[in-house]
Design a protein around this ligand. Structure first.
Ligand SMILES: *[C@@H]1O[C@H](CO)[C@@H](O)[C@H](O)[C@H]1NC(C)=O
Length: 261
């Protein structure tokens, strides 16, 4: 076969938003009516496609608010009054780690007697103005939590982590969890998703790198034992009591670990 000057499939791509341009032109000489019919048909089709994609996008957004990748971060905000009951004074200097950490930090900063900082494990590229302000003031930073955290031992009274450990394999958990116990003085609170209850929308997957591995509470407890991290029974009791009193049922699993002594 002879080489053609233009690869037809290439031209489809080059045609951009009007993929039928090429074929319409070649037929225009033979039948103008057919051309008009094709153009109208193409426009209807394109309009229909735009309509469809717009509609489904807003659907996805509505769903992700409920079961998106930041569900447990939203849960931390709801749990602040309960955490204050359980931890009291230990809420004075809090570090939060997790996606959308700005939302938690700004909420904590509104509490009396609470200072707060945040680590965003992903990027802050789509941060809004108030989040960028927190970054500028040094309250929030982006950091890869798979590696050592840039803080001295016991820099914070309490460390809270949400929607972040679910994305780490045991190999990295083995590094990150002891780090959290190291930089905290009075405890580590883990908000982890329930298996089967959470789903990250596909468009968010590149951000998290891999799908969340939602583990059962027995998995976590076995893991704590294996890595010599101790649950803080006294706090667990206080947290559960405060939660029962306010009929608060967290949408995520909540674990309370002791810091290294
Ligand atoms: C994590 O640490 C525990 C306890 O030290 C060890 O038993 C386990 O093999 C480690 N897991 C990985 C994947 O390195």
């Amino acid at each position: 076969m002879s080489r053609r000057p233009v690869n037809p499939s290439r031209r489809l791509v080059d045609g951009g938003s009007l993929p039928f341009v090429g074929s319409i032109h070649s037929k225009s000489r033979s039948s103008p009516l057919l051309t008009i019919g094709l153009v109208v048909g193409a426009m209807l089709l394109i309009g229909f496609c735009y309509h469809q994609s717009g509609g489904s996008r807003s659907n996805i957004e509505a769903v992700s608010k409920v079961e998106g990748g930041t569900l447990c971060t939203a849960e931390v905000q709801r749990a602040i009054p309960i955490l204050k009951k359980a931890y009291g004074d230990s809420m004075r200097k809090v570090l939060h780690l997790g996606p959308d950490t700005c939302s938690v930090v700004s909420k904590l900063l509104k509490e009396e007697d609470t200072e707060a900082w945040g680590v965003e494990p992903y990027d802050l590229d789509d941060a809004d103005a108030s989040c960028r302000r927190l970054v500028r003031k040094g309250f929030v930073r982006a950091a890869d939590i798979k590696f050592l955290l840039p803080y001295r031992a016991k820099s914070f009274s309490l460390v809270i982590v949400s929607d972040a450990l679910d994305y780490l394999s045991p190999r990295y958990l083995n590094k990150t969890l002891p780090e959290l116990a190291r930089v905290s003085a009075d405890g580590v609170v883990i908000f982890a998703g329930y298996p089967g209850r959470q789903r990250v929308k596909d468009s968010e997957l590149p951000k998290f790198g891999r799908p969340a591995k939602l583990r059962s509470s027995s998995w976590w407890i076995r893991y704590f034992v294996q890595t010599s991290l101790e649950e803080n029974e006294a706090v667990v009791k206080k947290f559960d009591q405060a939660a029962a009193k306010r009929s608060y049922r967290p949408a995520c699993q909540v674990f309370h670990l002791k810091s290294y002594s």
